[in-house]
Design a protein around this ligand. Structure first.
Ligand code: GLU
Length: 327
């Protein structure tokens, strides 16, 4: 809609003034499709940009420009793609699992049009706390003010389930704040909250920013028992949060946590050729792709093509078969 308005405006200007050259107009004569990502300091935005960059190297050949678009994250991305408002999105494996099976935010309305395109890196359940709040385990969250994210968000769903698992009553045992996670860094630094939940790939700019404030911060490790019990699930794995990039963080050792895969997905109606080209360009420029963000360092072709939760889109399937990754 916005693009159409811009084109109309340009046509108007071109007709009534001589200031716009035909070549400038031609620059707008291309198709665009967006990849819905997350907040710009998270890793989804970088991941969407990296996928777009690989594809757009052949922009003229494919006659399509992919654009990474900032968004509220997994839940809104799934809704937008399922409802045809965006072509592609990135979401956590567990959010796709909930959507496919009609759980949590999608209670009783299973989404059957979601298709996977590519697996990406693993995100980590990250519990960030102010050092002065003296929170060394999840049980220490008792009596504290904790931001769990907006109602219905993946952060909120996870925080609620983790807090219940460690025996904390959300109503009685803590003060809950439900602000969007992208506000949590500032809330913590202003002293409005003691801790927040954020599922994100590492390293990322958001934790870096949080760790540079006056209030010293740390990442709290979930209890090993919790990690062991949760990691049994199809959509979750265990993982270690590296800390080298966060020089101001109070932690001195990497943190063992729970991981969840970030997945690039689309609607079942997505054009087979477009999906095929996206997958092909990422695989055929794999080393370049991995260099686009440090969170991609451990990616392998196998990780990109397995554990994708929702059915594979036929365009992706075609490439995986050609590359011998799928039989
Ligand atoms: N995991 C977050 C979500 O599902 C996004 C994290 C990021 O932007 O990297 O919304």
């Amino acid at each position: 809609m916005i693009l159409a308005t811009r084109l109309l405006l340009l046509l108007f200007l071109a007709t009534f003034t001589n200031s716009i050259s035909p070549s400038f107009l031609l620059a707008f004569d291309e198709t665009m499709q967006s990849i819905k990502t997350g907040n710009i300091t998270g890793v989804y935005y970088a991941a969407g940009s990296a996928v777009a960059k690989m594809h757009n190297r052949k922009l003229k050949e494919y006659n399509l420009r992919l654009i990474a678009e900032a968004s509220e994250g997994s839940v809104s991305n799934i809704d937008d793609v399922a409802n045809g408002l965006a072509s592609f999105g990135i979401a956590q494996a567990n959010a796709l699992y909930f959507a496919k099976n009609g759980k949590h935010y999608w209670q009783d309305s299973p989404q059957d049009k979601l298709r996977s395109v590519l697996g990406l890196y693993t995100e980590a359940f990250t519990i960030v706390a102010a050092v002065d709040a003296d929170i060394n385990s999840l049980a220490d969250l008792k009596g504290k003010t904790v931001n769990i994210g907006e109602l219905g968000s993946t952060d909120s769903i996870q925080a609620t389930s983790i807090l219940k698992t460690v025996g904390l009553d959300l109503e009685k045992d803590l003060t809950i704040s439900e602000k969007p996670t992208y506000e949590a860094t500032e809330l913590l630094q202003q002293g409005d909250i003691d801790a927040y939940f954020y599922t994100v790939g590492h390293p990322n700019l958001s934790i870096k920013e949080a760790s540079h404030g006056d209030r010293k911060i740390m990442i709290v490790a979930p209890d090993q028992e919790l990690i062991d019990s949760i990691s049994q699930r199809e959509d979750l794995v265990d993982m270690v949060i590296p800390i080298d990039y966060y020089t101001e963080l109070a932690n001195k050792e990497p943190i063992h946590s729970i991981g969840v895969k970030a997945i690039l997905f689309c609607n079942s109606d997505a054009d087979k050729e477009v999906v095929y080209h996206i997958v092909k360009e990422v695989f055929e420029n794999f080393e370049l792709f991995k260099q686009q963000h440090p969170a991609f360092a451990n990616l392998t072709p196998e990780k990109l093509s397995t554990g994708l939760i929702v059915p594979l889109h036929p365009g992706a399937e075609r490439y995986f078969k050609e590359a011998g990754l799928l039989r």
